[in-house]
Design a protein around this ligand. Structure first.
Ligand code: FAD
Length: 490
């Protein structure tokens, strides 16, 4: 297979970590390429998490999770300002119903103090309900960390990816790394389905598959074993009932889970935690769903489980050590491990990206120059649903497609969907359009808008409707043109 590209830095994986590293490195005069095996960025664990920018009260002091978590949390203010994504720093609770819970909460408080969590305090149930009125009346006290915040994880990742591209980096989707090449103890490139890509430094941010990429250079000092978390979404009729995250004391493997309001005003519940054998096992078991629903109802009031509109799972990339692995390979030069990035990986992303940038610069040696034209600013178009009537009229006058509402649940227009399909990182699947515009994320879960989005993808990508997919290869939605189905043949 021939050489198709030659870069300074090759990043494996287009999750929040890979795209974050690309954006930080785009501050330098470097040729950077992110390769992502899926049809979109964020298609791994980054698409299915709570979006919580944890405050850092429960991570083991001095662990990488604790250091990068607290630092990353603080860095989100600047990231959000520069990159233009939604970020609400509204705080989080760990609630106690009895003295045993309060003992755990006291332990978490002391842990949080060691981790230097700003503003952390133990407060009474009454005070908790003053801040968050729908906390259950049975809660007698709570750990309160005002520094916790919330993002839409795919919006953060898209902003990072687009800003990296605006600063000269490249992202190749549908590009899978099969092998890593090396000569005289130094990496020289990777073999992909598109051909050989030469590189001076390889960053392994392949999430659940980081151990398999490490195996390609025989540097197998960790393994990733998936731990599944199930999440549920409640209807927007609950908007405004909570403003923070209301959790319970954590167990060994989960931060405890609970309900929270996302920046878009959706109530998210969960996650659960279950070891699974298969990295692709994203099933939802009844017991996990019951667990997250029961917990959400126990912690709050005035919220009904009947308002659940959908549920899904994501897999945490856990290692036996239960800490992040962020270091250059000791076996092969030019290879950087960024593995075991389970929670609080999203919260830590700014600090991890900065660390990966520094490790990469160290691997490249002297002579890497800062880019004079680097622009940290990224802007998203304001969503039509957030516009004033005057702004809406102006948009419709410029482009009548703003006047056509495709997704009625989330008020998404045809123009916004067409823009997403033709965006800087183009949305070429139904799920990619959904992540960029929210078309299909509302109460009907694309029941009404799905066929229209499919039609727009078909037209804009100039492909037959039967080639439009949910999330890339082997997820086609139509098997043949619907008019071919005759009565009695289905
Ligand atoms: C249920 C759940 C809830 C969570 N909640 C939170 C939270 O609230 N806050 C928080 O901070 N963290 C949370 N996390 C953790 C967080 O989601 C992760 O830490 C983060 O998304 C990891 O990002 P990543 O880029 O390392 O991995 P990923 O997003 O998985 O990205 C890795 C990418 O590599 C690609 N890839 C793999 N192999 C190859 C290959 N051979 N070639 C090319 N590409 C490849 C994959 O397709 C994937 O897109 C949660 C996780 C789960 C599962």
């Amino acid at each position: 297979m021939g050489e198709v590209e030659n870069v300074d830095v090759l990043i494996v994986g287009g999750g929040v970590i890979g795209c974050g590293a690309a954006r930080e490195l785009s501050k330098y005069e470097l040729n950077i390429l992110v390769v992502e095996k899926s049809s979109d960025i964020s298609e791994g664990t980054t698409k299915c998490n709570n979006g919580m920018i944890h405050s850092g009260y429960d991570t083991k002091p001095n662990s990488l999770k604790a250091i990068y978590g607290v630092k990353g949390n603080a860095m989100y203010t600047q990231w959000a300002e520069e990159l233009g994504f939604h970020f609400n720093r509204t705080g989080s609770f760990v609630c106690g119903f009895n003295q045993d819970d309060m003992d755990i909460i006291q332990g978490l408080y002391e842990n949080g103090i060691k981790n230097k969590v700003p503003g952390i305090e133990v407060i009474s149930g009454e005070r908790a309900r003053e801040i968050e009125p729908n906390i259950n009346d049975g809660v007698i006290g709570a750990l309160w960390t005002p520094s916790a915040g919330y993002v839409e994880p795919y919006e953060v990742t898209l902003a990072l990816a687009e800003n990296a591209i605006e600063n000269g980096a490249k992202i190749w989707l549908n590009t899978e790394v099969f092998d890593v090449l090396q000569e005289n103890g130094k990496v020289t490139g990777v073999v992909t389905n598109k051909g050989i890509i030469k590189a001076k430094v390889i960053i392994n941010s392949a999430g659940l598959y980081a151990d398999e990429i490490a195996k390609m250079i025989n540097d197998e000092f960790y393994t990733i074993h998936p731990r599944r978390g199930t999440l549920g979404i409640l209807d927007k009729e609950n908007k405004g009932k909570l403003h923070t995250f209301v959790g319970k004391a954590p167990s060994k493997y989960t931060k405890g889970g609970g309900p929270q309001e996302t920046p878009e005003g959706t109530l998210l519940i969960g996650p659960s935690a279950k070891e699974v054998a298969d990295k692709e096992d994203l099933g939802v078991d009844r017991d996990d769903l019951d667990f997250i629903l029961d917990k959400a109802m126990e912690l709050t009031k005035n919220i009904s489980p009947d308002t659940l509109i959908t549920f899904f799972s994501g897999n945490r990339a856990a290692t036996f050590e239960e800490d992040f692995i962020i270091e250059p390979s000791k076996k092969v030069k030019g290879f950087i491990h960024v593995a075991g990035i389970q929670s609080p990986g999203l919260a830590s992303a700014p600090a991890i990206s900065e660390a990966v940038m520094n490790l990469t610069l160290a691997e490249l040696g002297d002579g890497v120059k800062e880019k004079a034209t680097y622009n940290p600013k990224h802007t998203f178009n304001k969503a039509f649903r957030d516009c004033t009537n005057e702004e809406r009229e102006k948009l419709i006058a410029q482009n009548p497609a703003y006047g056509k509402i495709v997704c009625r649940c989330e008020t998404v227009t045809e123009a916004e969907i067409v823009n997403a399909i033709n965006g800087i990182v183009p949305a070429t699947t139904m799920d990619a359009v959904k992540r960029r515009t929210r078309a299909g994320m509302g109460r009907c879960q694309s029941g009404f808008c799905g066929s229209k989005v499919l039609d727009l993808l078909s037209k804009e990508l100039n492909i037959p409707p039967t080639e439009v997919t949910l999330k890339g290869k082997n997820s086609e939605i139509l098997t043949e043109p619907t008019r071919n189905f005759k009565r009695g043949e289905m």
